[in-house]
Ligand binder design. Structure first.
Ligand SMILES: Cc1cc2nc3c(=O)[nH]c(=O)nc-3n(C[C@H](O)[C@H](O)[C@H](O)COP(=O)(O)OP(=O)(O)OC[C@H]3O[C@@H](n4cnc5c(N)ncnc54)[C@H](O)[C@@H]3O)c2cc1C
Length: 293
């Protein structure tokens, strides 16, 4: 199976993103969640790397376990933060030995407290360089890269950010997964602008169902995504977690339906180890029946 097989015309690929839990109890809960997620036959499962200070060795363990237990294709995220090229090579070698299918190749964010990103000694500066390294030395991996419908926070302009995305695709990325967004028009406009600069790879929308009103304000401000005013108002109507979960699911269901109608190549759900919301969305939008297998 290659990345292109998932996104061939007429199919709707589904992928789920997990993160490495910090505790044993969290890990037990994670596999309970994955047990449920696999019931809707996702195309592949990804696991973040180092995001929010999470353990990097755990990423490899989780994707290895998911592949062994469920036989699904898996993707390890990998960032260049704090890693020399030799250390990145070492990680990629281990991933290859374990039969990991894909890499989500990223620069990563500066460590907490550090104002701006500084490459590690003997390391890389931008994600396109990591894509080049993978393509040159580990051609067996499928490669995803990140795209930003609302423009990456550090980019000097939307056009400069698009040119960067093009560099990543030209370096050999197979597909783009987008940052989360809550207004589909941002995604549709982004796809048009990508096509206009010659990016023709699949651009997979990233969906983060809101499960908690406070958490989403923190997350969107961290990643630079906008919360539409109408959605923020609805979430604030009641200081009640059940209400906020219901509003979050309702919004994500509408967003997902519209994206499916627009014939997106796939849907990447930021599950954040909370399978309930994602599964409700998959069920309510009847994605499984629509997948075209
Ligand atoms: C799908 C997805 C998954 C993610 N998973 C993780 C994860 O697992 N762990 C984690 O820590 N973070 C993760 N992130 C967050 C990501 O690491 C951050 O958004 C990070 O700030 C940028 O990473 P990037 O790969 O997009 O960087 P890059 O593509 O390198 O871009 C970084 C910035 O530099 C600019 N730039 C790039 N190349 C050049 C150049 N040649 N000259 C000038 N400017 C340039 C870009 O426009 C952008 O502003 C993920 C994001 C997404 C969308």
């Amino acid at each position: 199976m290659t990345v292109h097989d998932h996104f061939r015309a007429g199919r709707l690929a589904i992928s789920f993103e997990l993160f490495p839990p910090k505790t044993l109890a969290g890990e037990v809960k994670l596999y309970e969640q994955v047990n449920q997620l696999v019931s809707v036959a996702p195309d592949f499962i990804t696991c973040t790397y180092g995001a929010g200070g999470s353990s990097q060795a755990k990423t490899l363990d989780i994707v290895t376990q998911v592949k062994a237990r469920y036989g699904l294709p898996v993707a390890s995220h990998l960032t260049v933060v704090g890693r020399s090229v030799d250390e990145l090579r070492d990680y990629l070698r281990q991933a290859a030995e374990r039969g990991i299918d894909y890499i989500v190749a990223l620069r990563g964010d500066p460590p907490q407290g550090a104002g701006r990103f500084v490459p590690a000694s003997g390391g890389l500066q931008y994600a396109n360089e990591l894509v080049t390294l993978i393509r040159r030395e580990f051609p067996q991996f499928g490669v995803f890269v990140a795209g930003y419908p609302e423009t990456h926070r550090e980019a000097p302009s939307p056009q400069a950010d698009l040119e960067n995305l093009k560099r990543k695709v030209d370096a050999g990325a197979d597909a783009v997964i987008t940052q989360l967004f809550y207004n589909n028009d941002d995604y549709f406009r982004f796809c048009e602008r990508c096509r206009a600069v010659g990016i023709h790879s699949p651009i997979v929308p990233g969906i983060l169902p809101i499960t908690n009103g406070q958490q989403i304000h923190r997350l969107t401000s961290l990643c630079g995504a906008r919360l539409p005013k109408h959605l923020a108002r609805r979430l604030a109507e009641r200081d009640d977690p059940d209400w906020q979960l219901a509003v979050g699911i309702e919004w994500a269901v509408q967003q997902t339906r519209e994206l499916i109608d627009a014939q997106v190549p796939g849907l990447h759900f930021y599950v954040l180890n909370q399978s309930l919301a994602t599964l409700r969305i998959v069920q309510e939008t009847e994605i499984v029946a629509l997948r075209g297998d």
